[in-house]
Design a protein around this ligand. Structure first.
Ligand code: 6R9
Length: 655
């Protein structure tokens, strides 16, 4: 990794304060939570744990910190599914809708808390009947159907840890994850809908199971009902055969606060995927806390929609555990935003009167590319709060989201966090924080963050460097499954005593945090460390550009030069003149040092299946090297196309 202390370049002067109307009903409209957390951080988290959750047995110690291992709420016992379901039903909310589910083909289901509880109990009983016991691991490989959260909660109910594998992953990825976790049972489906066609989940799962002998039983949900789904005698059973006949009661197993709740594999850019471990009490406390306060949750009136897939941490924390712990009514959508047309999200917002939308910059930039005619077709007036997660959001995309989706009325919360952090860490509190487009603003109450230089010293403000977390937090990862050495090495060895997030960041003169991309992506041009995010944001601030990715390309004179890949908004034409215009635009917005040496217009960018731009592959293209590992790409054709075009175009390298 290069030595980096980022120079803060891009200036963003616009500020957005929440409206008086939003502030009036907001749960938080001042700094009182932060004051409480600053006074005594352990007492603060203990109070949240007791306020937000029901415990079977109270904890005696808030935190045991044996660097890098934390134990939160020691001695406490609770069950996650009880906290997400039973207590709401017992309090008289059984008839409230938990999930408004919309299938891709247009079918729909509304599931109340009482129905969800019964279905989770039946599924938990079925898992037991199939041999799953407390402490086992269960792999889940499904599309976005209600049975996915149901299976997650059923595992939590009986004390088995789930490992959700995104339904778009290959047989090899599924096999590796099953083997690493030593999972005993796999829950999958006959198929999953994707853009009107069927992904044959069971066939893929069969290929994985053939080389994953730990799997004893496989539970198969019927979703697409296509012909000829192979079932292996003695191993495979249909969900409708074994779940429906089970009793609808199943006593929740009291779990230790530190018992494993789930594993979730993150595929870093190199090396085999890491099985991130999350436990029970601390995780649920922080996801409930952040979901309540960052999304200003009003459980009786809000309709919350997080558009992530349960295969990612965002789905775990903000479709399943946070929302249900807080008795939320949530929308779940099975399919893609462009099926059957590019207005599907907006038709869903209008249909269910969604109040709170939580999505990713990659989606927002795609909507910008498609143009405003699609949101304009629908009544989006129910929306009152918007969220973003997954990548830095370019200021222009933030403003577009605020204006065209939020109607200029809804605060936008840009939430920084990771699979490893379990829950949101840096974000505005929408009724209290004055936002700046592109900034995740400040660490939440109870969270310690800092930006440090190569030596690990905090940089002065304004300034940039590496983002670190300075103190343990309740939902932090408890390790990497089966690899304690890698845990220590990856997160705790770069800066002693502090968690290294792997992201570059800066703080402006007002102390706001700006995330600047993964430190592996930082470019070194003529001795200056330049962040990809800032140059991309400068490009996106040009009216013709919807999305951009930049990488450093070896250059004889400057060491590295900026190579840009640009996607235009609909209605704009690629031309040599526009190349010149974009280069000048970056020079003007940031400075001549950041001016791209080459600009290539592309139809699409290589992205991971969760929508993050994979700059490593664009670097391969720019350097004319063989493409590295492309297995984590959503669509390998995209980068192949860019490569062909890059070679044919011999990009305009003239100064
Ligand atoms: C939740 C999630 C984590 C990485 C993280 C960072 C990037 C996520 C961001 C953001 C800037 C934000 N990231 N949110 N960067 N601003 N609001 O995405 O988890 O898939 O593990 O990715 O995503 O680079 O380190 P995960």
């Amino acid at each position: 990794m290069a030595d980096v202390t980022l120079e803060a370049l891009l200036e963003e002067g616009r500020t957005f304060a929440p409206s008086a109307e939003f502030v009036r009903d907001a749960l938080v409209h001042d700094g009182s939570l932060a004051t409480a957390a600053d006074a005594d951080v352990e007492a603060f988290w203990a109070a949240q744990a007791r306020d937000l959750l029901d415990w079977d047995q109270d904890f005696h110690t808030v935190l045991e910190w044996d660097l890098p291992y934390a134990k939160w709420f020691v001695g406490g016992k609770l069950n996650v599914s009880y906290n997400c379901l039973d207590r709401h039903v017992a309090a008289g909310h059984g008839a409230q809708v938990a999930f408004l589910w919309e299938g891709e083909p247009g079918d729909a289901r509304a599931i109340t808390y009482a129905e969800l509880l019964a279905e989770v109990c039946r599924t938990a009983n079925a898992l037991r009947a199939l041999g799953v016991e407390k402490g086992d691991r269960v792999a889940l490989y499904l599309g976005m159907v209600p049975e996915l959260p149901i299976a997650m909660l059923a595992c939590a109910r009986i004390g088995a840890a789930h490992s959700v594998v995104f339904g778009g992953f290959s047989a090899d990825s599924l096999r590796d994850r099953i083997k690493d976790a030593d999972a005993k049972l796999l829950v999958t489906g006959d198929g999953a809908w994707r853009r009107g066609s069927v992904v044959p989940l069971k066939e893929i799962a069969d290929e994985a199971m053939a080389e994953a002998p730990s799997i004893e039983r496989c539970l198969v949900l019927r979703r697409t009902a296509h012909e000829g789904v192979p079932m292996q005698d003695g191993r495979d059973v249909w969900w409708h055969d074994v779940v429906a006949s089970q009793p609808s009661e199943c006593a929740p197993v009291p779990m230790d606060a530190e018992d494993l709740l789930y594993l979730l594999y993150t595929s870093g850019t190199t090396g085999k995927p890491k099985g991130i471990m999350h436990t029970t009490g601390g995780y649920l406390t922080q996801v409930a806390f952040t979901h309540k306060y960052v999304f200003d949750l009003h459980p009786d009136t809000d309709v919350f929609w997080c558009t992530a897939d349960c295969g990612w941490v965002t789905g775990h924390s903000y479709i399943v555990y946070g929302p249900l712990a807080n008795r939320t009514t949530s929308v779940i959508y099975e399919g893609t935003p462009d099926h059957p047309d590019k207005d599907r999200f907006w038709s869903i917002v209008a249909k269910y009167r969604v109040t709170t939308l939580y999505t990713a910059p990659t989606a927002i930039r795609t909507f910008m590319k498609w143009g405003t005619e699609y949101p304009d077709r629908h009544d989006l007036s129910s929306l009152r709060l918007l969220g973003s997660v997954g990548e830095p959001i370019n200021p222009e995309a933030w403003v577009w989201y605020w204006q065209h989706i939020g109607g200029g009325r809804c605060p936008v919360v840009d939430t920084w966090w990771q699979t490893e952090t379990g829950a949101i860490m840096i974000s505005p509190l929408p009724g209290a924080t004055v936002a700046k487009p592109g900034s995740a603003t400040f660490p939440l109450p109870g969270i310690g963050a800092e930006i440090v230089n190569d030596e690990g010293d905090a940089v002065s403000i304004p300034g940039g460097g590496y983002l670190v977390l300075t103190q343990p937090w309740p939902s932090m990862l408890r390790g990497i499954w089966g690899d304690p050495e890698r845990y220590r090495e990856t997160y705790w060895s770069r800066f002693f005593g502090r968690y290294f997030a792997g992201d570059g960041a800066k703080r402006d003169a007002d102390g706001y945090y700006w995330l600047l991309g993964r430190v592996d992506d930082i470019m070194l041009v003529a001795g200056h460390n330049i962040s990809t995010t800032e140059v991309e944001s400068a490009l996106v601030s040009h009216p013709a550009v919807a999305e951009a990715a930049v990488v450093g390309k070896t250059d004889e004179t400057t060491g590295q030069a900026v190579a840009a890949f640009v996607i235009l908004r609909s209605g704009n034409e690629a031309s040599h003149r526009l190349v010149g215009e974009l280069r000048d635009h970056v020079a003007e917005v940031i400075g001549p040092i950041a001016k791209p040496k080459s600009v290539l217009f592309a139809e699409d960018l290589p992205k991971t299946r969760s929508g993050k731009i994979m700059r490593r592959l664009l670097r391969n293209v720019a350097e004319d090297e063989a493409l590295g590992d492309t297995t984590t790409l959503a669509d390998p054709n995209v980068v192949a196309g860019i490569k062909a075009r890059y070679l044919a175009d011999a990009p305009d390298d003239e100064e």
